[in-house]
Design a protein around this ligand. Structure first.
Ligand SMILES: Nc1ncnc2c1ncn2[C@@H]1O[C@H](COP(=O)(O)OP(=O)(O)O)[C@@H](O)[C@H]1O
Ligand SMILES: [Mg+2]
Length: 219
């Protein structure tokens, strides 16, 4: 569970990004978050994860471990020459490849297996399709066994097949593996499986309803 109460945040002396935000994420919930560019969605995610501290407000959380899948700006985290297994192993955080033990590589294989990409393990990351790369990102996030996955516009830049595949995996993680999911997106269609959708507007959180949306696709 994450409970944020009356949070306010601003960068330096700029106009506040968040003002009086109340938001609770329940265990096992799939929460969708929408809002315009610059609305403060990424900032809010970082606050929910405890990476950024709001100047005002109270944060309570009970999660064991959170994994963050960040907004993709190009494939910067993917282009260095590495295999799929090496990239996923970076999710373990604590050791360079040379110090990986057999048990660590077993965890890598398990994470690959859970995303259905074990056969890609020795492929160069740069030669995979967008959908495959996104599965690698999920596997890298899953290897630390998080109970909550926080995803920032994960489907931006994906073709529709990759997006469908990614959303299918995300729903499976939520419904079958019990992971709590917070997903930020510009596409309402990404949130068909979400338990709840909220919108961030003018620094505050609103329950999402049709009146907050100018057209069906662009949220
Ligand atoms: N590190 C930063 N320093 C100063 N301003 C920032 C920083 N990060 C984001 N901002 C500003 O805060 C506002 C909210 O940004 P962000 O949380 O990234 O919004 P969103 O993810 O909804 O697009 C924007 O106006 C952005 O320019
Ligand atoms: Mg953002």
């Amino acid at each position: 569970m994450i409970k944020l109460e009356n949070a306010a945040f601003s960068y330096g002396d700029k106009q506040p990004v968040l003002a009086g935000v109340n938001l609770t994420v329940e265990d096992g919930e799939f929460l969708g978050l929408i809002g315009r560019n610059g609305a403060g969605k990424t900032t809010l995610l970082k606050i929910l994860m405890g990476l950024v501290k709001p100047q005002v407000g109270k944060l309570e959380n009970t999660f064991r471990r959170a994994a963050f899948i960040s907004q993709v700006t190009g494939a910067a985290d993917m282009i260095f020459p590495a295999t799929v297994a090496e990239v996923v192993s970076l999710g373990l955080k604590y050791k360079p490849f040379a110090f990986m033990r057999r048990a660590d590589w077993a965890k890598v294989d398990q994470a690959l297996e859970s995303m259905g990409i074990r056969d890609l393990r020795n492929r160069a990351i740069s030669e995979l399709s967008g959908g495959q790369q996104q599965r690698v990102r999920l596997a890298k996030a899953l290897i630390s066994d998080p109970d909550i996955l926080v995803m920032d516009e994960p489907t931006t830049g994906m073709d529709s097949d990759s997006r469908d595949e990614f959303l299918h995996e995300t729903l499976r993680l939520n419904k079958e593996m019990g992971k709590t999911i917070v997903l930020v997106t510009h596409f309402l269609s990404d949130l068909q499986g979400a338990d709840r959708i909220v919108a961030l507007r003018e620094g505050k959180i609103y329950p999402h309803g049709p009146e907050h949306c100018e057209n069906r696709e662009a949220a």
